[in-house]
Design a protein around this ligand. Sequence first.
Ligand code: SAH
Length: 349
Amino acid sequence: MIDNCIYNYTRSNLEDFFISHNLQKYRSTQVYEGLYSQKVKDFNDINNLNKDVKKLLCDNFSIKELKLVKKLEASDGTTKFLFELEDGNLIETVLMIQNYGYSVCITSQVGCNMGCKFCASGTTKKIRNLEVYEMLLQVLTIDNYLQEKGKRVSHVVVMGIGEPFDNFDNVMNFINVINDAKGLAIGARHITVSTCGLVDKIIEFSNFPLQVNLAISLHFAKNEKRDLYMPINKRYKLKELIEACKYYFDKTNRRLTFEYILLDGVNDGLNDAKDLVNLVKDLNCYVNLIPYNSTSHNLKRTTEIRRDEFFNYLVSNHINAIVRKEHGTDIDAACGQLRVNTIKERSND
Ligand code: SAH
C-alpha cells in the first residue's frame, strides 16, 4: 500500500496537489466529500470524479484504517477504544456521552515526555508523535460507529495520552481537517486542546485562525509545588504561563479552562484554594476540579468533604468552578490504563 495517507491532507494541501498536476483546485472539495460525507474506502467509489483523477489519487495516496484491538463499554455509555497502529503501537480513544452531545477524547502521541508525577502516561517516554491521519482516524472510526446508531461525534477534546503542543503542527492540521465544513464539520468551539503549559506554543495557538478552546493543566498554584510534580514548570514558571493565558484570552476572547486535580494532602487545602484564587482571579476562566484516578503512584484522591470545601471557597471568591463528572469508572477509564494493561498482557503471552 502507498504510505501516503490521504487523511494527512488539509483541503488546501490537496488543492496544492491538484494545482501541481494542472487540475482545478475544486477537485479537493470533491475528494473531501468522498472521504468525509460518503466515507469511501476506495477512491474509485467517489462520485463526480473522472477516471483520470481517480487513477491519480490511487497512484499517490492510500486510505488507511485503524485496527480495533478492544472496545469496552461502561454502564454510563462511556466507551474506550484501544487501537493498534501500523507499527504495532497501541493508543486509546474514549467516547463520552455528555448532556450536550458525543465527545471524543483523542491521543496525540504514543507515550509522553512531560513526566508529570501523577499521570500514568507520564511515566512512559514518548515513542513518537501521531501523524494527522492517526488522530483523524480516531474520530472518524468513532463517528462511523455512532452513525450506525444514528448519532454523530459533536465534540473533540485533545486530552488523551500525549502533550498536543509537543506535536503542534500535526495537531493543528488535524484540527483543520475535523473543523473543515467539508471535512467532519466539528465547530471550533466544540474542540478543546489541553496542555500542561508549553508557553511558546500557547502563544502560537492564540494566533491560530480558529476559535478553538484551550484547557491548561494547572494543578498547582505555587511554583514550589508545581516544580515538584510537573517538570514543565521548571521551563515555564506560573507567571509566564498566566501571561500566556491572558494573551490567549485577548486574542480569541474565549474563556479558558484550568484543570486542577485534587490530590489528598498535596494541593487540596484552603491555603491552596486561596493561592489558586489569587493566581486566576483576573482571568476570564473556569476551574475544573478533577477527581484523581489513582495510578501506581503514592498519591490519593481528596475526600468529598475536602473537595466540597475547596469548591465552596472558589465559588465564594467568584471563581467559576465545576467538579468534573466522572465517566466510565467501571472500565478503568483513567488515561492510559487500558493501553498499559494490554502491553503487560502481551508481554506475558
Ligand atoms: N498533556 C496534556 C493532555 C493530556 S493529560 C495536558 O497535560 O493537559 C489530560 C488531563 O488529564 C490533564 O489535565 C492531566 O493532568 C490529567 N491527568 C493525568 N493523569 C491523571 C490522573 N491519574 N487522574 C486524573 N487526571 C489525570
